[in-house]
Design a protein around this ligand. Structure first.
Ligand SMILES: NC(=O)c1ccc[n+]([C@@H]2O[C@H](COP(=O)([O-])OP(=O)(O)OC[C@H]3O[C@@H](n4cnc5c(N)ncnc54)[C@H](OP(=O)(O)O)[C@@H]3O)[C@@H](O)[C@H]2O)c1
Length: 706
């Protein structure tokens, strides 16, 4: 039986001894804590050398010649990393028969492996996450790997090691700091100030708490774990992901009590019992009969392929259920001047001629700002997401009065802001994707995946229309058969209008495409007929004379509130879905026809208990384009999804199905006066039937012989 002994400067209260089998060999593994006594550690090494196959050294930092440790040692000139006592142990090491390891090499490989495998297996786990390293120098290799996935890195080394009230904010800064070349080091306070200045200590504690609150992920060194974490409360740690090494039960219990969501223990899980990396590396050295103090990368690879568990990180969910929160951003904008008039600061000036116009113009130039945090969205699959509504200042009128570049510039600023916040995908709301090329340029230039949300807007519009038609009960719908009715799409050549047209062509046997450019309409007609040959399609530029025959109308123009369709000419009982924002039909227009059901496209009821500021919709309800961004975030599909005006039909189907999987529901259908109850709809139907009866009796009278 081989012997592995771990001599740790940590507490003797955690001592253990057990037997195990590793790589087909039997081992006795023993830990002896010296409670910080270096001399005792030296004595133990000498005393057990003859009968030990490999030693592990716990809570000791030894000087080592590789690049990473050189950096650490350089930093140690400043931060007293490697103690003189440790150098004594390092010298003794060369005189011992048994190899001695601190587990650093295995730890570095395990760190890199853990980060890369989680990033890959959980599709963008760390993408854009705000990661706080309490000691960047201890986790140098992990930080280097992490910097490939997020630029939101914060290192607390200056604060915690040197008492400097400043953080390092990039991996490059950490490198400079490690070499002792970072400007921040000029701030080192004198020993006197550092040890005795209470205000400075308090301030540093304050900025540390803030940094923890701001982070999504906190990386905690395993040595002196409780010195780093002991004072933390749920305010700092609630909902966080903690990365550490060797998460003993007491550490897990502590983190659980502070409301931590996920603990990632990068220590390879090679044994049933949780042991330090120094023990594991010593075990590997002994199993492979190495006489050296560390194993090579090749040996590590050999180990990874020969052990069943490999060196997988251990994921612990203190709540007992897997938890993972993705993050999104969504860009909104004021829909019209009316919104400014509601602002407290603008109200006193609304009667001054030109004042609101001036506010509208000025705000259009403002940089984006956060309007609301969105939280509490939870899919039935267990996936959760949170996000930010970022507003750009331009109303549709302002956006249209500038070149598209004006809006692109602000959207790219919003994308940078979203990335800094930690968002993994950004959606473009309402008019921000109408200007220019519908998101193509922004998606090309932004550092974060973009979606316009138009696939779900189109599917939501028709989802709502289908629901309204069913509830009105004026059209006969037979399962598996085309609807014998007529339908018309305004803005048919647009991004949303064209998808609505394709969908309606599959459901109805007669479709009217309405637009301003007959050639665009004819091209669209051809492409729809190629997919759905069994539909009669008409292209119309002057729709008025056909309006009286339509059972269903969808209007999706970017006419910015101009009169698009004459509602007085519409057939009684027609269902009109107004997708446009601003709406194509004003409340005054709608009031002219109580016998027509005008609904405001298809809004989506979000799953869970969503919380966000008012966006002009009932609680928990979102615009379909916002819902698309949320669905993609829940499904961890951090990719450019819908952009440009040619929406892919496959994507419309995909997002609809994905939405159902994540618990999205069609919100109660509403109109200009709010949600339609069954009684409201019955009233519209009765009025429609009465109007139709009146129309047919008038026709009969007119056609009756004199
Ligand atoms: N409810 C929601 O969740 C939601 C989501 C996204 C977008 N929207 C809104 O939906 C509307 C359409 O968006 P989109 O992305 O499809 O825009 P788009 O691709 O730019 O298409 C706009 C369409 O409107 C037509 N149009 C523009 N001005 C018109 C006018 N004065 N009279 C008649 N037709 C006119 C255009 O026709 P031409 O080809 O002749 O120019 C084009 O077919 C916008 O109002 C947008 O704000 C709503």
């Amino acid at each position: 039986m081989k012997q592995v002994i771990s001599i740790s400067l940590g507490s003797s209260a955690n001592n253990y001894e057990f037997q195990t089998t590793f790589l087909g060999q039997k081992f006795t593994i023993r830990r002896i804590g010296t409670n910080g006594d270096y001399d005792k550690a030296v004595d133990l090494l000498v005393q057990h050398d003859a009968q030990t196959d490999a030693f592990g050294l716990g809570s000791v930092k030894l000087p080592a010649p590789n690049k990473h440790n050189m950096l650490m040692n350089m930093a140690s000139n400043l931060v007293d990393y490697v103690r003189d006592d440790s150098i004594k142990i390092a010298k003794l090491r060369s005189r011992l028969k048994a190899p001695v390891t601190t587990g650093d090499h295995l730890m570095n490989v395990a760190h890199e492996w853990a980060i890369r495998s989680l990033q890959f297996e959980h599709n963008g786990y760390f993408s854009n996450a705000r990661v706080l390293f309490l000691s960047g120098m201890t986790h140098y290799r992990m930080a280097s790997v992490m910097s490939e996935f997020t630029s939101n890195l914060t290192f607390a080394d200056p604060v915690l090691d040197n008492g400097i009230s400043k953080f390092l904010n990039s991996f490059k800064d950490l490198e400079l700091y490690g070499k002792g070349a970072h400007d921040i080091l000029k701030w080192v306070p004198g020993k006197h100030l550092l040890s005795s200045s209470l205000p400075l200590k308090k301030w540093n504690a304050h900025i540390m708490r803030k940094a923890m609150q701001n982070a999504h992920v906190i990386v905690v060194p395993y040595q002196n774990f409780f010195d780093y974490m002991g004072d933390c409360t749920p305010e700092e740690l609630g909902g966080k992901t903690i990365i550490t090494t060797t998460a003993y039960d007491d550490r897990v219990e502590f983190l659980k009590n502070q409301g931590v969501d996920v603990i990632i223990d990068t220590t390879p899980k090679m044994l049933k019992q949780v042991v330090g990396v120094n023990v594991l590396e010593a075990l590997v050295i002994a199993a492979l009969d190495k006489k050296k103090h560390r194993i090579t990368d090749e040996e590590m690879l050999e180990l990874m392929s020969s052990t069943k568990t490999g060196i997988r990180p251990r994921l612990i969910y203190p709540s007992g259920k897997p938890k993972q929160i993705s993050r999104f951003a969504f860009v909104i904008h004021p829909l019209s001047q009316e919104q400014f008039k509601l602002e407290k600061s603008v109200k006193p000036f609304i009667n001054i001629p030109g004042a609101v116009d001036a506010v509208e113009k000025v705000v259009a130039y403002a940089p984006p700002w956060i309007y609301s945090k969105v939280s509490g969205i939870k899919s039935p699959t267990g996936a959760e997401t949170e996000g930010w509504l970022i507003t750009v200042g331009g109303t549709p009128k302002q956006m249209m009065s500038h070149s598209p570049e004006f809006t692109y510039k602000r959207l790219l600023m919003a994308a940078r802001m979203a990335k800094r916040l930690g968002a993994q995908i950004m959606g473009l709301g309402a008019f921000t994707k109408v200007v220019g090329d519908a998101g193509v340029t922004v998606a090309k230039k932004a550092d974060i995946p973009i979606t316009t949300g138009n696939s779900y807007s189109a599917s939501g519009a028709l989802w709502a229309a289908a629901d309204a038609v069913r509830r009105m009960g004026l059209i006969q719908i037979e399962e598996g058969k085309k609807i014998k009715g007529k339908t018309m799409v305004f803005g048919a050549t647009g991004a949303i209008g064209s998808v609505c047209s394709r969908l309606l062509a599959m459901a109805f046997d007669e479709l009217y495409l309405c637009g301003r450019n007959i050639i665009k309409l004819m091209t669209l007609k051809e492409s729809i007929l190629a997919e759905s040959p069994n539909v009669k399609i008409h292209c119309v530029v002057n729709p008025d004379k056909y309006l009286g025959d339509m059972d269903v109308i969808v209007t999706a123009t970017s006419g910015m509130g101009k009169t698009i369709l004459d509602i007085t000419k519409v057939k009684p009982g027609c269902v009109i879905t107004d997708v446009a924002r601003p709406l194509d039909l004003s409340p005054q227009d709608v009031a002219k026809r109580p016998d027509v059901l005008v609904i405001e496209s298809g809004e989506i009821l979000l799953p869970g208990d969503p919380k966000m500021k008012d966006i002009g919709l009932p609680p928990k309800v979102a615009y379909a384009c916002l819902a698309e961004t949320i669905v993609l975030a829940l499904d961890r599909r951090f990719e450019v999804f819908t952009i440009g005006r040619d929406i892919e039909w496959e994507k419309v189907k995909t997002i609809y199905k994905m939405g159902l999987k994540h618990g999205m529901k069609l919100a109660a259908i509403s109109g200009v006066n709010g949600v339609f109850t069954d009684e409201d709809i019955a009233k519209v139907r009765d009025l429609a039937l009465a109007a139709r009866a009146k129309q047919s009796s008038t026709i009969k009278k007119e056609s009756a012989p004199e």
